[in-house]
Design a protein around this ligand. Structure first.
Ligand code: FE2
Ligand code: FE2
Length: 378
């Protein structure tokens, strides 16, 4: 999550309604079909939400952005599960890559199971949010038209097209020190040093791209370590997104949804934060890109970096005049959705996506950031 989040202004309504039609048309291919069969066009849909009093325009926008984020989250967790998780009837797809799975297990013997369970959770977040939108007569989100990226061709991958790119990641691991600081909070503009500085520069793969990526054990461990730090990096984003959005929910039920899903992202984050600390120290050079990565020994590092300090330190909250408090941070609500889009884009997760994809995500984020709490609602 970025510390200060840029908020771009609203753009022309023609572009916006065009983009909306694009996103909803994609949705119409799946759960949204019935909505369109009833003859409700995307352009008059927001007003209908206001008129029938079932979901405010703002609440629908908050849930739609969350659904889009969960669809993207599901897509990359599926890639991890295909190669390094547990492929079963609950989370089907792929056949597993033994060498990668073994390298991940160096961080914890239960890595494969945790990857499976995290993937399963994201499917349910995505499916629930879209089904809830539909149950309230609101349009769901589908990003299937953007499933265009080639994923890994290593053994174990299903080979299907992807929404997200796990092979050129640049990771901001400053959450590691952010949650260890007892004097700083990103909502006050404070910044934090990286846990793994070399992951914050260059592009790194978190999955074997081809079978040749599994031939050098040291480089393969670097790939697994990168995944081990990508997991908490992404989950701490959801950990902040939900409480940030919840502050502008109008209906108590929408508030309940946001504050019930959000803490499961926190549970993911906490688990992965613990596992990342077990990444073995090493230096490796990507044989394809020549990019170098170094995982320092965090087990003997100082307090801000030490591996086993995974409980959040208390920090200033709301005002430095108040006592410190152990909290999720950041939780500033203004511009949070655009902040998340920027965070994921800067991470390289969307490298290769079309300009239309970025336009649709920006449109969804601007709508979510425009949501205002309706105090008369409940
Ligand atoms: Fe999720
Ligand atoms: Fe998650």
């Amino acid at each position: 999550m970025t510390n200060s989040v840029p908020r771009s202004g609203k753009t022309g309504s023609n572009r916006r309604s065009f983009l909306k039609r694009g996103a909803f048309a994609a949705g119409a291919a799946t759960v949204g079909a019935s909505l369109f069969e009833r003859g409700i066009s995307a352009s008059d849909h927001d007003e209908r939400e206001d008129r029938n009093g079932r979901l405010t325009r703002g609440d629908a926008a908050l849930l739609r952005f969350a659904a889009a984020a969960e669809i993207l989250e599901t897509d990359f967790w599926v890639q991890y599960n295909e190669l390094g998780g547990v492929q079963d009837s609950e989370v089907p797809g792929g056949t597993g890559n033994v060498a990668y799975t073994n390298a991940l297990s160096v961080l914890d013997a239960d890595m494969a199971t945790y990857i499976h369970d995290n993937t399963d959770d994201e499917f349910t977040h995505q499916n629930f949010l879209n089904a809830y939108l539909v149950s309230k007569g609101a349009a769901p989100i589908s990003l299937e038209k953007f499933r265009t990226l080639p994923g890994s061709s290593a053994s174990g991958s299903s080979g299907k097209l992807r929404l997200t790119n796990l092979m050129q990641l640049t990771l901001d691991t400053s959450w590691w020190t952010r949650y260890r600081s007892d004097s700083k909070n990103p909502d006050f503009g404070d910044t934090f040093p990286q846990a793994i500085p070399s992951l914050a520069v260059g592009r790194h793969t978190a999955i074997p791209r081809t079978d040749s990526d599994t031939s050098d054990p040291n480089f393969l461990q670097a790939i697994a370590n990168t995944a081990g730090f990508h997991f908490p990096t992404i989950e701490q984003g959801g950990n902040s997104l939900y409480p940030s959005m919840a502050q502008r929910a109008s209906s108590v039920e929408v508030l309940r949804i946001l504050i019930s899903i959000g803490p499961t992202e926190t549970m993911h984050f906490q688990t992965w934060s613990d596992k990342a600390g077990n990444a073995p120290p090493l230096t490796a050079v990507d044989p394809v890109t020549k990019v170098s990565v170094t995982f320092p020994d965090l087990s003997s590092a100082g307090e801000d970096l030490k591996a086993n300090l995974i409980m959040p330190e208390p920090c200033p909250f709301l005002s430095r005049d108040l006592p410190v408090c152990s909290i999720i941070r950041p939780t500033e609500t203004k511009g949070i959705a655009m902040g998340v889009v920027k965070f994921l884009t800067d991470m390289g997760l969307f490298i290769g996506q079309s300009s239309e994809f970025f336009a649709v995500m920006t449109d969804l984020a601007q709508d979510a950031d425009s949501a205002r709490r309706d105090r008369d609602r409940d």
